[in-house]
Write a protein that binds this ligand. Structure first.
Ligand code: NAD
Ligand code: ZN
Length: 360
């Protein structure tokens, strides 16, 4: 038996308003005045002076706004890296991602590709990255994915949606300022928050569970119940707690694995472009037979917050389209093995997945 030697985020600052300290945090990391910091920022903040006026731009630093209409692509990372290299006089001092899972993943990938040759798609997989990344900082503005702690950056490439999983992927620094999540619309708050809840259920109910994953998973699970089912938290407390739930949920799956909802929502994402948070919700809603208690709680949370999930998104798909989703889903073997156990292939047949997808 060989155990995973897991890298962690070495520095984290937590607190409402801690974003104000960004300048002093990155200051020592600047190589010289021509070696820029690159700020990748969700374009939802364009024109939002409350946030952007606190981004400490100086010398040749650049702020690049990025749309989250689509989840990150390998070609997008290649284009960003080329642009950064062409417009910088010297080596980049650091990459700072400000936004949700999309921006955090982009910042990680760009930091890796600034020091590694070739195309981003060549690094999708496990431990393919050769050189340490450029200094990179993650600043979440919505909570749930756990991308701020994880060892992966999930990218859609020409052939597949797959992460760059490597020891060089985790951030060098994370800034957890729950105040930054204040403008998140309710539906999106729910979808991305449920990504965290589903990480917990899949980890805690999985066959890979161990004391490391369980301790983090239990903490995040309790926080999610408090945030999404109880009424006693103030808005600020709920923001603070969801940010920590996301962190712990991410730590929990780091040392175990996700399960059925993620395996099936990757299929939806690949074929239909369904986003991660809402896709997981659409799938999880139909997974009573795998996660009876988790799904019951999920339905109660959905009801409490008046969330209407889209229905019938697979109703008009033909067999060849369903096959594409089924292939993507079945290829995620570790997820199925975690969810069902070693003999998962007996229970999870193509017919089974087809009938589940057709309900969604
Ligand atoms: P996202 O980053 O796309 O953000 C969701 C929406 O919320 C966007 O429209 C965004 O503009 C908006 N938003 C973010 N912060 C806001 C704020 N403060 N105010 C108003 N609007 C705000 O979505 P997400 O759910 O955070 O992340 C999904 C992505 O994360 C997917 O690409 C998924 O593959 C990836 N992911 C990565 C990991 C990992 O470990 N690397 C884990 C889970 C998911
Ligand atoms: Zn997830």
């Amino acid at each position: 038996m060989s155990y995973k030697n897991f890298p962690m985020v070495p520095r984290v600052i937590f607190g409402r308003g801690s974003f104000n300290q960004l300048s002093e945090i990155i200051y020592p990391k600047r190589f010289n005045i021509h070696a820029p910091f690159i700020f990748l920022v969700d374009d939802v903040f364009k024109g939002n002076a409350w946030l952007t006026s606190r981004i400490p731009l100086s010398y040749d630093d650049r702020l690049i706004f990025i749309s989250t209409n689509e989840e990150p692509k390998t070609s997008q990372v290649d284009a960003l890296v080329e642009d950064i290299i062409l417009t910088s006089k010297q080596k980049t001092s650091g990459v700072i991602g400000i936004g949700g899972g999309t921006l955090l993943d982009l910042a990680k990938a760009v930091a890796i590709m600034l020091t590694n040759e070739g195309e981003t798609k060549d690094y999708q997989g496990w431990d393919l990255v050769k050189n340490p990344a450029i200094y990179h900082v993650g600043i979440p503005t919505i909570s749930g994915t756990g991308a701020e702690v994880s060892r992966t950056t999930v990218l859609t490439g020409p052939d597949m949606k797959l992460g760059i999983n490597s020891d060089f992927t985790p951030f060098d620094q994370v800034i957890l300022d729950p105040e930054l999540t204040q403008g998140v619309p309710t539906n999106q708050w729910f979808y991305t928050g449920m990504d965290c809840f589903i990480h917990c259920v899949e980890s805690l109910k999985g066959s890979y569970l161990n004391a490391f994953s369980k301790s983090y998973g239990d903490m995040a699970f309790e926080l999610c119940k408090e945030i999404f089912l109880e009424d006693h938290l103030t808005e600020h407390e709920a923001q603070d707690k969801l940010m920590m739930a996301s962190w712990h949920g991410g730590m929990s799956i780091a040392y175990s694995q996700v399960g059925v909802a993620h395996a099936m929502s990757y299929g939806l994402s690949y074929l239909l472009g369904t986003k991660h948070g809402i896709g997981n919700c659409i799938v999880f809603d139909h997974l009573e037979e795998f996660y009876p208690e988790g799904v019951k709680l999920f339905k109660a949370m959905k009801k409490k917050h008046h969330i209407e999930l889209p229905k019938g998104i697979c109703a008009n798909l033909d067999d060849s389209e369903l096959d594409i989703m089924i292939n993507i889903s079945l290829s995620l073997e570790p997820l199925w093995e975690n969810a069902i156990g070693k003999n998962w292939k007996k229970r999870i047949t193509r017919e089974k997945l087809k009938s589940l997808y057709q309900k969604m």
